[in-house]
Ligand binder design. Structure first.
Ligand code: GTR
Length: 425
C-alpha cells in the first residue's frame, strides 16, 4: 500500500457545493474511514455460495437485484417492440481509407422519439465478421474525427448551454475527442467501433426523468427503485448491441463495452445487466463506477447525488454521507461480470475518482472469479503507473489526468484481443 499512499495527495480539499455549503473531499489515505466490505459470496438468507451453480442460481441474481434496487434503478427488459434500425449513410473511404463508416438511426417506439444516431466503423481490411467495441460519447459523433461528412449532433450534448448556437458549437467541436477515440488504431487492430451520443438516449440533466427514453417506458415519476440516467444510458448500450446483432459484418457475440467517467459507470452497469457483453471496460469511472463507495475518498456518494441527482435512483440518496449503511459495494458490481472479462483503469492525477478504490474493487471481486477457477489479477497491490496487470480481470494506472488516451487504448486493445480476437492475435 506504500506506493499507493505516495500517489495520493496528502491533502484535504474544501469544495463549495451548489447551495454554498462547504463539503470536504478527503484525499488522504490515512483518513479513509474504517469499513467492512461485504463478502460477495454471502447469501442474504444465511450461508455462503460455494459453487458456480449456487452463484448463478442465487448469489448473482440477488446481488444484481440489490444493486439495481438501491443504486442504478430498474430498467425495461429487452428490446422494445417498436425497435427499428435504419442505415442512413455509408462511406467506403473513411479514416484515410482504413475503414468503412456508416451512420444508423435507431428508434424504440413507432413515430415517437428519441432517435439514436449510431456511428459505426468497420475495418476495411477484413475477411469475415469482426469483433467490436461499443461505447457512448459525450458531445456527438462529429467529435471523433475532423471529417466534415460525419453528421453533427444538434440535439442536447453533455455541456450544452441554453440559447447557444448548437450548429456552430457542434462544428467547432469536430475532432475534439479524436484522442479519446483513436479510430485508426482500433480498426487497424481488427475491431469495429460503434458509438452514439449519450444525450440521444437521455439528456444529462435532472428534469425528473421526463425526457430521453424514460417517458417511453415509465409513466409519471419513476419510483425510488426505478431507473436513473445511468440505467437509461446502459439500456441504450444494450440497444446498440441489438443493432449490431443485425449487422452482418459485425460478430455480435464478440463485443466489448467501454466508457469513460460517467460513461464508464455506465459501461459497468451495462456489462452487469447484459451478459451479451463479453468484455467490459471502465476508464476512470470513479464514484458510482469502479471505486469503492465505503472508502469515501475523493468524490463521495453525497457529493455525486448532490451534483448529479439524476444519475442514480431515488433509493441511492439514502446513503448520502452514510456509506457505512450501504449493503454492498462496487466490488460486487465488478463480480457480476464473472466469468466474463472485465478491465478497470485509473489515472494518477485523477484522485477525485480514487484510483486505489478502483483497484481494490477489482481485487475484491476475485472470490467470485475463483469459483470459476479463472486466473485473475495476480497482484494484491496497485501496480506502478504504465503497467497492465491481470488476465480475466485487468487493471492499469496511467500517469496523467482524468481522460482516455491512446495509451489506455493500447491496453484495452491488447486485453480485447486476448479475450475476443481469436483470429486477430
Ligand atoms: C465529474 C463527476 C465524476 C465523473 C465526471 C465525468 O464531474 O464528479 O463522477 O463522472 O464528472 O463524467 O466527466
Amino acid at each position: 500500500m506504500r506506493r499507493a499512499c505516495s500517489l495520493v495527495f496528502a491533502a484535504v480539499a474544501l469544495i463549495q457545493s451548489a447551495d454554498g455549503q462547504k463539503l470536504v473531499a478527503n484525499y488522504n489515505e490515512s483518513k479513509v474511514p474504517d469499513y467492512d466490505l461485504p463478502d460477495p459470496l454471502l447469501l442474504a438468507g444465511g450461508g455462503r455460495v460455494s459453487s458456480v451453480a449456487e452463484w448463478e442460481e442465487k448469489g448473482r441474481p440477488a446481488t444484481l437485484k440489490l444493486i439495481e434496487n438501491e443504486m442504478y434503478g430498474r430498467m425495461p427488459v429487452g428490446k422494445p417492440a417498436g425497435f427499428k434500425v435504419v442505415l442512413d449513410k455509408e462511406e467506403e473511404d473513411a479514416v484515410g481509407g482504413r475503414a468503412v463508416r456508416r451512420e444508423y438511426l435507431i428508434s424504440f417506439a413507432e413515430g415517437k422519439g428519441p432517435e439514436v444516431r449510431m456511428l459505426l466503423y468497420l475495418p476495411k481490411n477484413r475477411t469475415g465478421p469482426v469483433p467490436a467495441f461499443v461505447g457512448l460519447n459525450f458531445r456527438g459523433n462529429q467529435c471523433l474525427e475532423e471529417d466534415t461528412r460525419i453528421t453533427p449532433e444538434l440535439g442536447y450534448v453533455v455541456g450544452s448551454r441554453k440559447g447557444e448556437d448548437r450548429r456552430a458549437k457542434a462544428e467547432s467541436m469536430r475532432g475534439s475527442a479524436a484522442g479519446r477515440w483513436p479510430v485508426a488504431m482500433i480498426v487497424e487492430s481488427g475491431f469495429a467501433l460503434a458509438t452514439a451520443c449519450c444525450g440521444n438516449i437521455d439528456p444529462d440533466y435532472h428534469d425528473g426523468w421526463k425526457n430521453g427514453v424514460h417517458p417511453l417506458f415509465t409513466e409519471g415519476d419513476p419510483k425510488p427503485d426505478e431507473w436513473g440516467t445511468i440505467s437509461a444510458w446502459a439500456w441504450g448500450l444494450s440497444r446498440l448491441l441489438d443493432a449490431l446483432e443485425g449487422i452482418k459484418e459485425v460478430e455480435a457475440r464478440r463485443v466489448a463495452v467501454i466508457g469513460h467517467s460517467r460513461l464508464g459507470k455506465t459501461s459497468l452497469w451495462a456489462g452487469a445487466t447484459d451478459p451479451r457483453f463479453q468484455v467490459v471496460i471502465s476508464n476512470n469511472s470513479g464514484c458510482g463506477g469502479a471505486a469503492l463507495s465505503k472508502r469515501a475518498f475523493g468524490e463521495t456518494v453525497g457529493r455525486i447525488n448532490r451534483s448529479f441527482p439524476h444519475w442514480f435512483n431515488g433509493n441511492f440518496k439514502k446513503y448520502d454521507g452514510n456509506e457505512k449503511a450501504l449493503p454492498f459495494d462496487q466490488h460486487q458490481l465488478i463480480a457480476l461480470m464473472a466469468p466474463r472479462a472485465v478491465y478497470v483503469a485509473s489515472a494518477t492525477k485523477d484522485q477525485w475518482a480514487d484510483p486505489q478504490g478502483e483497484f481494490l474493487s477489482v481485487l475484491h471481486a476475485q472470490p467470485v472469479y475463483d469459483l470459476y477457477r479463472k486466473s485473475s489479477l495476480g497482484v494484491t497491490e496497485i501496480p506502478a503507473p504504465g503497467q497492465s496487470v491481470g488476465s480475466l480481470t485487468g487493471y492499469h494506472l496511467r500517469d496523467g489526468k482524468h481522460d482516455v488516451t491512446p495509451e489506455d487504448w493500447a491496453f484495452y486493445l491488447a486485453f480485447a484481443k486476448r479475450h475476443l480476437g481469436e483470429d486477430l492475435r
